[in-house]
Ligand binder design. Structure first.
Ligand code: B12
Length: 290
């Protein structure tokens, strides 16, 4: 029997088994693959409900499908749109007067403008002279926890989630027995500015919330950084961070409760960061990012 006769025979048997009436051509492996949406179709999941649950559990790009080795056009356009959200967030700025409307004392760092803030991070870690004077005049002194709200890398995040987070922090920290200083706002703030404010106000600890570096589509995300026993240039290893604070992530109310618990542990341990880990770098109580 020749190869062609064998193919015809197999094709006839297959047609009979699957019940195909008409004589459709059988696609041979060596035929050129057709392009288009049917080329390498998405495999149908064995458990579509589980896939939907996974997708609903995160804004991350999972189980998005592909065409060949490439993204689907829909995914590609989604990436471009989310990147635009991140850029807009980084470029957003707090309008004059907005901090006062929230009841926050307005301060600013030595960064003269947004461009200098990006190019010279150190300028965002120190207050300018007028703000130092204002801080000494208007801020509370010697409190347990001094609250600071900074724009950081997303003013948009502070506008969206800052007021709710500050209120929740005030409630949870006071509920945990801490004396909390009236909130200060810092324009063009890096987290290191909490050190100078802590020293100026003689606070026992500082909690700064800042717009964190946006990921794709996460322009509204805040971080909370805590520091105990303020000193200029305090190392990050002595501080703690609660990240991804936003409605779709760690909602402000829950994050504030977590922060109050963290501050209780910090005060008990006489310090944060590595002091809290008890020497075990893998152990970070209450410090999560989800
Ligand atoms: C940029 C970044 C870094 C950079 C910082 C360098 C720089 N000059 O900017 C590098 C790569 C060095 C870094 C290192 C680490 N990072 Co980091 N980092 C970030 C990131 C992507 C953005 C931070 C940001 O936007 N800050 C806000 C701006 C306005 O503040 P800033 O003053 O410019 O930035 C300072 C802080 O962000 C600080 N910092 C950075 N990471 C960490 C982590 C901790 C625990 C602390 C206290 C401070 C800190 O360093 C910056 C310079 O002083 C965040 C994720 C996010 N999107 O927020 C993770 C993030 C904050 N980092 C994280 C971690 C775990 C670390 C490391 C501990 C990793 C490791 N195992 O070594 C180290 C710690 C570094 C240290 N001891 O200082 C975690 C914190 C998790 C947690 N809840 O504790 C985050 C949330 C990432 C994540 N999703 O897991 N990081």
């Amino acid at each position: 029997m020749t190869e062609d006769e064998l193919r015809r025979l197999v094709a006839d048997v297959v047609r009979e088994v699957v019940g195909v009436k008409e004589d459709r051509p059988v696609v041979r492996e060596q035929e050129p693959l057709r392009r288009g949406p049917h080329h390498r179709p998405l495999p149908s999941p064995r458990n579509p409900e589980a896939i939907e649950q996974l997708r609903a559990s995160t804004p991350s790009r999972i189980v998005t499908g592909r065409t060949g080795t490439r993204y689907l056009t829909k995914s590609y356009l989604g990436l471009r749109a989310d990147h635009a959200i991140a850029l807009d967030a980084v470029e957003s700025e707090i309008a004059d007067g907005w901090p006062e409307q929230q009841g926050w004392v307005p301060l600013r760092t030595r960064a003269k403008d947004h461009a200098e803030f990006f190019l010279h991070p150190d300028q965002g870690r120190r207050l300018d002279d007028a703000s130092k004077a204002r801080c000494e005049k208007d801020a509370d002194r010697g409190v347990d926890v001094q609250l600071i709200a900074g724009d950081g890398l997303s003013a948009h995040a502070l506008i969206t989630n800052g007021p709710a987070l500050v209120k929740a922090l005030q409630q949870h920290l006071a509920g945990a027995g801490f004396r909390v200083g009236k909130p200060l706002f810092v324009k063009y703030a890096r987290i290191g500015v909490q050190d100078e404010i802590g020293v100026l106000t003689q606070a026992k600890s500082t909690v700064i919330i800042v717009g964190e570096r946006p990921g794709l589509g996460t322009g509204d995300s805040l971080s909370i950084y805590t520091a105990y026993g303020p000193k200029l240039g305090q190392d990050n290893s002595e501080k703690d961070c609660i990240s991804n604070v936003r409605d779709l992530g760690f909602a402000p109310e829950r994050a504030a409760a977590r922060c109050a618990a963290l501050m209780k542990d910090t005060f008990k341990a006489g310090g944060g960061g590595v002091k809290l880990t008890g020497g075990d770098p893998a152990f970070r109580p209450h410090v999560v990012n989800h």
